[in-house]
Ligand binder design. Structure first.
Ligand SMILES: [Zn+2]
Length: 447
């Protein structure tokens, strides 16, 4: 079949683990990382704050970055293995808080406007004009804020100063998010930086992503993509449960020629799309663009996930899916058949043989496939998904990994096509900004 539609979904593959077998004895202990974090730019309160807001995985990644910068040479595989030891990310990001870009004198834009409003909310005197221009008066207010809260009074608003602003819960009507993230899908690591601006208006919260297009010129395709993004995403409102006041949750993709949040290259023909590459020959391009837009506003894929990741992303247990029946082969037997297939000397023969096992036993996502994966781990001492990734060529991985993972039935979770809806959980983060700016309890309801 040449091309697998579902493999179009992942954002740009940043790096895949190369060293599959990790010597865990070389992985630093958490206490060592913690100590290192304290000695470097990551203060203990910042680490705690980040753990609270972003979860352990984020903190571990930051600490590893910090270790690397000071000359420790750690492979991605070691980092992934460490994540595995520490446990998967647990802390839900607190609504209304996230990662802010660093701003300083001379910076302009919504992050500065957000900062000015939030400094005013903390009693900046004289109050700043929230014009989005970081001039001398804003710098004076920042230094005063930093002195007030025992931060280094350098006038630069980086993670620690933003962390204090978030911790204080200061409100603004506008905000800027620039968040780097990674995910593990089907045993591979993907990642990107999501960038967007949010703004609260009279009766809506508007989330804007600015896109600059390169490659093939095709205004019609761009218009179709934007129509699909807006139709698919703009279907919820936040309703204040006390006052009944309603705010539409509006997502807006904007085409720009400079000052973009993301660059998208348009290609002719049809191939694997990701957040940075769209194919105008894709008959499902509108839905694909809507899925990739989800990544641009910070959402992860909800397909081919581990049990733990599925729970974290969806907030509930995965569906039971396919269960063993009286006719089902014993899981250990299927595991052995898969192991034999993956050990054939010729790659193409492995693909054919593994597909035959999946077809012969009618394997689909669910309990039975998980029992097979467990039996595989027990019998062969290695994860089935990892073994597939290690022994099957990239282009064929998707269909063979798929039965042994979990996917949700949402726009971010479809493994086959993209014509699934946005779920209320996908807009919760944005309602969080509303909750901070206009305190109250909000329900997410369809428009
Ligand atoms: Zn995706």
């Amino acid at each position: 079949m040449g091309r697998i539609a579902a493999s179009k979904q992942p954002p740009p593959k940043v790096q895949t683990p190369t060293a599959k077998a990790v010597d865990r004895s070389t992985i630093p202990a958490m206490s060592e990382l913690w100590q290192h974090g304290r000695e470097t730019q990551l203060s203990a309160p910042a680490i705690l704050q980040a753990q609270h807001l972003q979860g352990n995985r984020f903190v571990v990644q930051r600490l590893f970055e910090s270790l690397r910068q000071s000359g420790h040479n750690l492979s991605l595989a070691q980092r992934v293995a460490f994540d595995d030891i520490v446990g998967n990310p647990t802390a839900e990001p607190t609504p209304g808080t996230t990662i802010h870009p660093t701003v300083r004198q001379g910076s302009r834009g919504p992050a500065v406007e957000e900062l000015q409003q939030k400094l005013n909310a903390d009693g900046a005197t004289p109050p700043l004009v929230a014009d989005g221009i970081f001039g001398p008066l804003t710098r004076v207010a920042v230094v005063a804020f930093q002195r007030k809260y025992d931060l280094s009074p350098d006038g630069i608003v980086g993670p620690l100063t933003w962390g204090k602003i978030d911790e204080l819960g200061l409100a603004s009507d506008v905000g800027r998010v620039e968040r780097e993230w990674t995910e593990e899908v089907g045993g591979q690591i993907y990642g990107m930086t999501s960038r967007y601006t949010w703004r609260i208006l009279d009766d809506e919260i508007r989330v804007t992503v600015k896109l600059r297009f390169t490659g093939v010129e095709n205004p019609g395709a761009i218009a179709n993509c934007f129509e699909a993004i807006h139709r698919i995403w703009n279907c919820f409102k936040a309703v204040n449960t006390t006052t009944g006041q309603e705010y539409r949750i509006v997502f807006e993709a904007q085409q720009v020629t400079s000052g973009e949040d993301n660059v998208v290259e348009l290609h002719s023909g049809n191939d694997r799309s990701d957040a940075a590459n769209w194919f105008i020959g894709d008959p499902d391009l509108g839905n694909t663009a809507a899925h990739e837009f989800g990544h641009m506003v910070g959402l992860e894929d909800e397909y081919q996930r581990t049990h733990t990741d599925y729970q974290r992303l969806v907030g509930e247990e995965p569906p039971t899916g396919q269960q063993a029946t009286a006719e089902s082969a014993p899981p250990a037997q299927v595991a052995t058949e898969l192991h034999d297939a993956l050990r054939l000397p010729v790659e193409a023969a492995r693909v054919t043989a593994a597909r035959q096992v999946i077809t012969a036993h009618g394997l689909r996502q669910g309990e039975y496939a998980q029992e097979i994966a467990t039996a595989y781990q027990t019998a062969h001492g290695t994860g089935l998904v990892q073994d597939i990734v290690d022994h099957i060529p990239d282009d064929d991985e998707w269909s063979i990994v798929n039965p042994f993972t979990y996917s949700s039935g949402s726009l971010m979770g479809s493994g086959i096509n993209h014509d699934h809806p946005v779920e209320p959980r996908h807009v919760r983060e944005f309602v969080g900004y509303l909750q901070t700016a206009r305190p109250g309890v909000y329900n997410v309801e369809p428009i």
